[in-house]
Design a protein around this ligand. Structure first.
Ligand code: NI
Length: 185
């Protein structure tokens, strides 16, 4: 089932999300719905707060990049209760966007390497060191679980430049090709 994506201004996007247990109701269905919603909206990542749930669940697909990066073929993963333990490496600048901020794209600097712990869909714990594009996507998505958005990382000047678009979102006037749940819609 495709779920509406909560856009900028929705309070849930600013909440710190909580860890869940294996008893969380209908988790399998929720994960399936998150994948479907993300893929249909052409996103590479989706965090549960973006569908209105303040819980630590994130889906990531890198399969759409597999034409250029064959190693990402069929990369579809769910991260439960993820936490970043360490960010290291060189700061890299890259253009980012977010399904909760349609039409906004800005350059964001992030560390190139992270150490993360998370659980998979079977609640088996993993600890990994991740680099490159996946480290970028993970930092963006896991930020959502801390109530942070990528625009929190841009300069005051750049923020000023996108203010018009942000204000439009606060009035429920965002436009996108997918179903959204806007503040006043
Ligand atoms: Ni996002």
């Amino acid at each position: 089932m495709i779920l509406p994506i909560y856009t900028y201004g929705q309070p849930v996007l600013r909440k710190e999300a909580e860890d869940i247990t294996a008893e969380y109701p209908n988790l399998k269905e929720l994960i399936d719905n998150m994948f479907e919603t993300m893929v249909r909206a052409d996103g590479v990542g989706l965090a549960a707060p973006q569908i209105g749930l303040p819980i630590r669940v994130v889906t990531i697909t890198l399969d759409p990049l597999s034409e250029d990066y064959p190693e990402f073929k069929d990369f579809n993963k769910v991260y439960i209760n993820p936490h970043i333990l360490e960010v290291s490496g060189e700061e890299v600048a890259m253009d980012e966007g977010c399904l909760s901020l349609p039409g906004v794209h800005e350059t964001v600097k992030r560390g190139s390497c992270i150490k993360v712990k998370y659980m998979d869909e079977n609640f088996v714990e993993h600890e990994e060191v991740v680099e490159g594009y996946l480290a970028r996507v993970m930092q963006h998505e896991f930020d959502h679980l801390e109530g942070k958005l990528f625009i929190d990382h841009i300069s005051t000047l750049r923020k000023q430049m996108v203010k018009g678009k942000l204000n439009a979102m606060l009035k429920g006037k965002a436009r996108s090709s997918y179903k959204m749940k806007q503040v006043k819609s």
